[in-house]
Design a protein around this ligand. Structure first.
Ligand code: PLP
Length: 263
């Protein structure tokens, strides 16, 4: 019997089931890979916002890494919410210790509702310790700005930021456009390890039900990489998956509702 593809998410939980580890596992399930998780932080959260969160002790995080590494054959992994500099460091150390395959770094900083999911002083640690380990990094525009120190106003700035992220050590880069008035910059910019690049655009859906879109994109990408799909194809599949999951809205909760993983 061939081994079923196993993947790992290293991130925070969402009690509301729409983002973080919960979105990751739902996406992985839908993409036919077996999802495992190292919980770094626990949030009290729903579709209205993040009410509270707490990061777990480093010892317990390291024990989870040991548990995973001693039993599973992880073919690809991703990081999400890492809370603060200490936890970014713990995760970066573990990722150097174990071979979990290609790493997708989703540099989660602030939830859509405005709640900070990463301490300000942790950005330098992400830049120095985590980005150099990334097979692919998936920032949105504000995250790309914080990581590169650049102000990103248009498509040209996105290209510059992509190159800067590669200089920081990420092999492949996706900068998620969103929220920009320039029609081209509303697309995502992809810069691959070989220096080639392309833009990814999708029809916009007017909806507030976009909770967990970033997590879903990076989880789908991780799932595809675990199957051995080439990077460019894996990125295109992840974008198509998120777009379909946004379009097929479901009515859950009273705020920024979650995506539809049955789409
Ligand atoms: N909560 C957790 C634990 C997350 O990892 C994320 C993801 O980025 C969010 C919340 C934010 O979700 P969103 O900004 O899509 O509402």
């Amino acid at each position: 019997m061939t081994e079923f593809p196993q993947v790992l998410t290293i991130a925070g939980t969402d009690s509301g089931g729409g983002a973080g580890i919960m979105a990751d596992l739902k996406t992985m399930q839908a993409r036919h890979v077996f999802g495992t998780a190292v919980v770094v932080a626990v949030t009290a959260q729903n579709t209205i916002g993040v009410q509270d969160f707490m990061a777990l002790p480093a010892k317990l995080i390291n024990e989870q890494f040991r548990s995973i590494a001693s039993d599973f054959t992880i073919k690809a992994c991703k990081t999400g919410m890492l809370a603060d500099a200490e936890h970014v460091h713990v995760v970066a150390e573990a990722l150097q210790k174990y071979d979990f395959g290609p790493l997708t770094v989703d540099p989660v900083m602030i939830a859509k509702g405005g709640a900070p999911l990463l301490a300000d002083n942790a950005i330098e640690t992400v830049r120095k310790e985590l980005i150099p380990l990334a097979t692919v990094v998936t920032p949105n525009l504000p995250e790309a700005e914080r990581l590169t120190g650049l102000a990103i106003k248009d498509a040209n700035d996105m290209v510059t930021a992509g190159v800067a992220l590669q200089k920081l050590g990420a092999k492949n880069v996706i900068i998620k456009g969103g929220h920009v008035t320039d029609p081209q910059a509303a697309a995502d910019f992809v810069l691959l390890a070989d220096g080639s690049s392309f833009w990814l655009s999708a029809p916009r859906t007017e909806t507030i039900r976009t909770h967990g879109t970033g997590d879903t994109l990076s989880a789908c990408l991780t799932a595809e990489l675990a199957k051995g799909v080439p990077m460019a194809t894996a990125i295109q599949t992840a974008k198509a998956y998120v777009t379909a999951a946004i379009q097929a809205t479901i009515q859950v909760g009273h705020g920024h509702g979650p995506l539809n993983h049955w789409a």
